[in-house]
Design a protein around this ligand. Structure first.
Ligand code: AQP
Length: 333
């Protein structure tokens, strides 16, 4: 007897809020590539999320193209996965409004990213920053995603999407698939190079805090040399040793070793030598990715064609869930 095994549906996204960092590459897009053959994948450039923080329009447009090119350069294949730009599928914002009405103020107030981002943007604590996780829930639930690959920082948002889905299903029956976060075993939280107790972020105003995937080899070397460590001067992981723990993790991923092998390889060696080795490993890991992105950015027509193709397929899939939700809630379309 033939048994049909349903492939898992996976959705994830990334904001074009700047040039991707090493954290975004290691913690997100690199892992997405591996999922393409075993799952039905959708990956989007989440540009609607990005305007929760003020953007320069021309820069946002450019970063949206660049983010899409980055996804392709990381190996995501439009023949295998649906790749699209969030703003080109209006169903996301339509569902978001409906889900806003099924999300509690108290739940959103507990989101740590809201607290962090509102502290960083004290002059612009807008409603979008507050309801960001509801748009993220809409992104996920619209496609019936079973799994959402994210870094540790986004786990709380996926949990909220689960709560919203369960609440809605409790009232209307099984409309939404309840998603699971999928957290990678390594690299799920790459830390800032200048303040290693905080995560590396592409919108950090200090460019020395992150490696951008577009950085030149010289920039990468300089930033690693300046990376904050501690006064112990041993390449060994330890409680509270945020800086060196982070560098060991980055080196191990870039050089393809385990953290133990990294510690053994640099036993008795100083930070100076280790930092140069980190830079060299990262330069080599990012080189093909950077070159491919640069090539793709020269071909906007090609990218525009893929934008259209992705938006059409994503809209078709999204329509099924959105029409069901509208029917259940009595919204005439
Ligand atoms: N430092 C990180 N380490 C591991 N994974 C990370 N991610 C982000 N930073 C790290 C993962 O990258 C994916 C896309 O993230 P995002 O663009 O949606 O937003 P974010 O998490 O807010 O990323 P940034 O770089 O910190 O952006 P800004 O500065 O705009 O806030 C997610 O899967 C995320 O977990």
């Amino acid at each position: 007897m033939e048994t049909e095994i349903k492939r898992k549906r996976v959705l994830s996204g990334i904001q074009p809020s700047g040039v991707f960092t090493l954290g975004n590459y290691i913690g997100a897009v690199r892992n997405w590539n591996e999922l393409q053959d075993s799952c039905d994948c959708l990956f989007m450039v989440a540009n609607m999320h990005t305007i929760t923080v003020r953007q320069t329009p021309a820069v946002l447009r450019e970063n949206t193209y660049r983010a899409f090119a980055n996804l392709l350069a990381a190996g995501l294949d439009p023949q295998k996965s649906v790749l699209f730009v969030q703003s080109q599928v209006p169903a996301h914002t339509e569902l978001c409004w409906i889900l806003d009405c099924y999300t509690m103020f108290g739940e959103l107030s507990r989101m740590t990213q809201f607290k962090d981002k509102s502290a960083k943007n004290a002059d612009n604590i807008n409603a979008g920053l507050f309801t960001y996780p509801v748009l993220m829930a809409a992104d996920i639930l619209l496609y019936g995603a079973d799994a959402v690959p994210v870094g540790v920082d986004q786990k709380q948002h996926v949990e909220l999407a689960r709560d919203i889905a369960n609440r809605f299903n409790g009232v209307y029956g099984n409309v939404f698939t309840v998603p699971e976060p999928l957290i990678a075993k390594t690299g799920a939280k790459i830390m800032s190079l200048s303040e290693p107790q905080y995560k590396m972020s592409k919108s950090d105003p200090n460019p020395n805090s992150f490696i951008a995937v577009s950085d030149t080899p010289d920039d990468i070397l300089r930033k690693f040399k300046r990376a904050v460590t501690d006064s112990e001067a041993t390449v060994k992981r330890g409680e509270g040793r945020h800086g060196i723990n982070n560098l060991i993790e980055i080196y191990s991923i870039a050089a393809g070793t385990t953290p133990e092998e990294t510690e053994n390889r640099f036993d008795g060696k100083g930070y100076g030598e280790f930092k140069v080795a980190c830079a060299e490993a990262v330069i080599e890991m990012l080189r093909p990715f950077r070159e491919k992105t640069d090539d793709l950015m020269k071909n906007r027509d090609y990218l525009d064609g893929l934008f259209r193709q992705g938006a059409e397929t994503a809209s078709r899939i999204a329509e099924r869930v959105l029409s069901k939700v509208c029917k259940k809630t009595g919204i005439i379309r």
